[in-house]
Design a protein around this ligand. Structure first.
Ligand SMILES: [Mg+2]
Length: 330
């Protein structure tokens, strides 16, 4: 039975007892840090980071229980094993020792065999605890990776539909709270079925990948979110963004795509283009994500009806309609 060499903080006010114990421990190959009272023990605990503490119960001024409690407070979620030392005649209040944060106790004078066995047992416990912490940490990281992957569209590396739903819901809540405009921008690749029919699905996927890259490059602000909404549909969630800002995003997308000039012989434009629908509102408590999607969808439908390769704002169309009504009403 061998215990690895430990850094042991020995807290004992009687010099002769302390020396005898220190000799025992050093013989067993451990390094010993000596403290005469509780305060000294605390400052050495802080500076030396011992692996284990041997703590006399009866100390001048603050006793061992108090000192153990302070150590437990200091180390937070860490755990340094504490063994209380007690004389056989001053019967150790075990319950009190455990409540104060102790893990075991020893009677003085200590037997080298018993001392070595207890050090070994506690070291083993501590090792198991460390393994448990490492395993939990590895699990937490794996979960984080999984959750990230479950939000990602594999082809375009944009957010997937699930992440879109979550982000939109969250953005509605945040913008309602801050009374800020929220813009949603839904896009559709024009005549994509014809593109796939002519070039095949492999080329179709490559095209979607390129468009995904364009979305990623315009989506630079940390709160913005680009997602692949469906097959050839993309979405931009733009919190704290008025209609004019959303229009700027739309133009940037259109320009970048035009510069890419992905050939599309079956399109009247000769290259791959997007149609888009934008909705912008300052949400309130009654707003939900579905309403926003319906509005953007309606605007997208209008952009398609107007001949594609253009963007339409749901609210601007409404504004125009209301203006017309008031003109005719006069
Ligand atoms: Mg004492």
């Amino acid at each position: 039975m061998s215990t690895p060499a430990l850094n042991i903080l020995l807290v004992e006010d009687q010099a002769s007892m302390r020396q005898a114990l220190a000799i025992q421990l050093r013989k067993q190959g451990h390094r010993v840090i000596e403290a005469e009272d509780g305060q000294q023990a605390l400052s050495l605990f802080w500076s030396e980071h011992p692996d284990l503490i041997l703590m006399d119960v009866v100390l001048p001024k603050e006793d061992g229980y108090w000192t153990a409690q302070q150590i437990r407070l200091l180390e937070g979620s860490d755990w340094t094993p504490i063994i209380f030392l007690s004389s056989r005649d001053t019967e150790l209040d075990l319950q009190k020792g455990i409540e104060a944060g102790g893990d075991d106790y020893l009677f003085k004078p200590t037997s080298p065999v018993v001392l070595s066995a207890k050090l070994h047992a506690l070291t083993r416990l501590q090792r198991m605890r460390m393994q448990l912490i490492e395993t939990s940490e590895a699990l937490r990281e794996a979960n984080e990776r999984l959750s990230h992957l479950s939000m990602l569209d594999e082809l375009t590396q944009l957010g997937n539909r699930r992440s879109f739903d979550e982000k939109l819901h969250l953005s509605v809540k945040n913008c309602a709270r801050d009374q800020q405009p929220l813009s949603l921008f839904l896009c559709d690749v024009d005549l994509f079925k014809a593109y796939n029919d002519r070039h095949g699905h492999i080329q179709g996927d490559a095209c979607l990948k390129e468009i995904g890259q364009v979305f990623r490059s315009v989506c630079q602000r940390p709160q913005d979110h680009a997602a692949r909404y469906g097959g050839e549909e993309f979405a931009l969630i733009l919190p704290n963004t008025p209609r004019s800002g959303a229009m700027t995003f739309a133009r940037a997308l259109q320009n970048m795509l035009a510069r890419l000039s992905l050939s599309h012989p079956d399109s009247p434009f000769g290259c791959v283009t997007l149609s888009g629908g934008i909705t912008t509102i300052v949400p309130d408590a009654t707003t939900n994500a579905q309403q926003l999607v319906m509005r953007a969808d309606q605007a997208l439908y209008n952009a398609k009806a107007k001949g594609r390769n253009c963007y339409f704002s749901f609210e601007m169309q409404m504004d125009t309609y209301e203006q017309l009504q008031s003109v005719h009403g006069r």
